[in-house]
Design a protein around this ligand. Structure first.
Ligand code: ADP
Ligand code: MG
Length: 269
């Protein structure tokens, strides 16, 4: 079974792309077959995987509009050890073009269907907006991961995201779960960060990943070398945290699969 995880938060700069790229590389390092899909016209996940976004013939834009298959648009990220559906500025146009098309929310899901058997995990790097591209990500996903910075306004906007998830669940994708909330860029010396972190745990309990991603300069430097930090400097604290996160994600997938099996048994009985 493939597990598709959308990395999403409509706020920019919270660590979505850093998480997408390093989670993908971490899962690959643990022997999983991984596809990373860049859903942001900024193409940061593409560049951070060592693929030049300016030199693409096809990208996720063609995929979403039904002009090309996954087979045609995917490339291999040597640096990350995973396959990548890349993105660039072209994708900004898709938002407008999708409005006039049928099944506009389910296009990514339909396009990825033929590729499911080739991967254990598909990671979707969503743009910083609750737009049609993000909705396509939420419809294609089994679960979402929400990266958050532990700062004063961390919880602001979470209600909008949760409401969007509820709407998608009701109308388009009933199986969508929240895999977890991820604390990113964490500075243990900050009292505020500790307070917000404790608040997240008391509100969301087990939905908060045990793994915390520390603020770590190597994570910020790696993209300029076109590499995930997990490959660029496996020993740094940030990379170790992302490999720990990958293990936690694998464990949550196992539990989710067991729960689904027991749901199926309940239905039969
Ligand atoms: P988003 O995709 O949510 O906009 P990014 O992953 O691009 O966020 O991160 C925003 C900025 O913060 C980038 O410059 C990135 O390199 C940096 N960054 C992300 N996570 C960390 C971290 N744990 N430590 C230090 N810098 C980080
Ligand atoms: Mg990003």
């Amino acid at each position: 079974m493939t597990r598709t995880i959308a990395i999403t938060n409509q706020k920019g700069g919270v660590g979505k792309t850093t998480t997408s790229v390093n989670l993908a590389a971490g899962l690959a390092a643990l022997g999983k077959r991984v596809l990373l899909v860049d859903l942001d016209p900024q193409g940061n996940a593409t560049m951070g995987s060592g693929v030049d976004k300016r030199a693409l013939s096809d990208s996720v834009y063609q995929l979403i509009l039904g002009l090309a298959t996954v087979d045609r648009v995917r490339v291999h990220s040597q640096a990350g050890g995973y396959d990548l559906v890349p993105a660039n500025r072209d994708l900004a146009g898709a938002e407008v073009e999708l409005v006039g098309l049928d099944h506009r929310e389910t296009r990514l899901k339909a396009a990825l269907e033929t590729a499911l058997s080739a991967y254990d995990f598909i990671v979707l790097d969503c743009p910083p907006a609750l737009n049609m591209l993000t909705v396509n990500g939420l419809v294609a996903a089994d679960a979402i991961m929400i990266p958050m910075q532990c700062e004063y306004y961390a919880l602001e906007g979470l209600t909008d995201l949760v409401n969007t998830v509820k709407r998608v669940r009701q109308n388009l994708n009933p199986r969508l779960e929240i895999d977890g909330l991820l604390r990113t860029m964490f500075d243990p010396r900050s009292t505020l960060a500790q307070q917000v972190s404790a608040q997240l745990q008391s509100h969301f309990g087990a939905k908060v990943y045990t793994t915390v991603i520390p603020r770590n300069i190597r994570l910020a430097e790696a993209p300029s070398f076109g590499m995930p930090a997990v490959s660029f400097d496996a020993a740094c604290k940030g990379s170790q945290a992302y490999v720990a996160l990958a293990k936690e994600v694998i464990e949550r997938e196992r539990i989710s699969a067991i729960n689904q099996q027991s749901d199926a048994v309940d239905i039969v009985n």
